[in-house]
Design a protein. Structure first.
Length: 157
């Protein structure tokens, strides 16, 4: 018995294979620039990586306000976090602020703690911090001074 003849694929676009698992991809660039000098990359080339996740659950994203008191991280339904992103949304002005208004806003630093407030990561206005926590339930946040708007994204593991 002979093999059936398959139709020719010549001249047809290649078949795109979709990933079988959810994944996260990150591209990160950091530059440093001195006055009257060109920007230079910090830490070599851009950090680029991608990894598969165990879950196909949707990302938990919320726009929140950090107050001066430490509060547990709102992690929604996420028990195991594949990546946590905190973005400080302060520092975007609709009009030209005075120097005093600018200073007041730039004091609204979001702080993230992992062990009951002893160690902290700072997220200044307009900046973002991302990490892969081992225990998302032990994270606390606050604003160092006043209140700060921030965006919280938790990617399921």
């Amino acid at each position: 018995m002979s093999e059936p003849e398959l139709p020719s694929t010549e001249g047809q676009p290649p078949v795109v294979t979709l990933p079988t698992k959810s994944r996260i991809t990150v591209v990160d660039n950091v530059y440093h620039q001195v006055p009257d000098g060109p920007p230079s990359t910090v830490g070599g080339d851009a950090s680029r990586f991608s990894r598969e996740l165990d879950s196909d659950e949707q990302v938990y994203e919320r726009h929140k306000v950090a107050k001066n008191e430490w509060e547990p991280l709102d992690c929604g339904w996420i028990d195991k976090c594949g990546m946590l992103v905190v973005r400080n949304d302060e520092g975007h002005f609709a009009v030209n602020p005075t120097e005093e208004q600018r200073k007041e806003v730039y004091r609204r630093i979001v702080e993230v703690s992992f062990d009951g407030v002893k160690s902290r990561i700072q997220v200044p206005p307009q900046e973002t911090c991302r990490f892969y926590p081992t225990d998302v339930k032990s994270i606390f946040l606050r604003c160092r001074e006043g209140n700060a708007r921030y965006t919280l994204c938790l990617v399921p593991e």
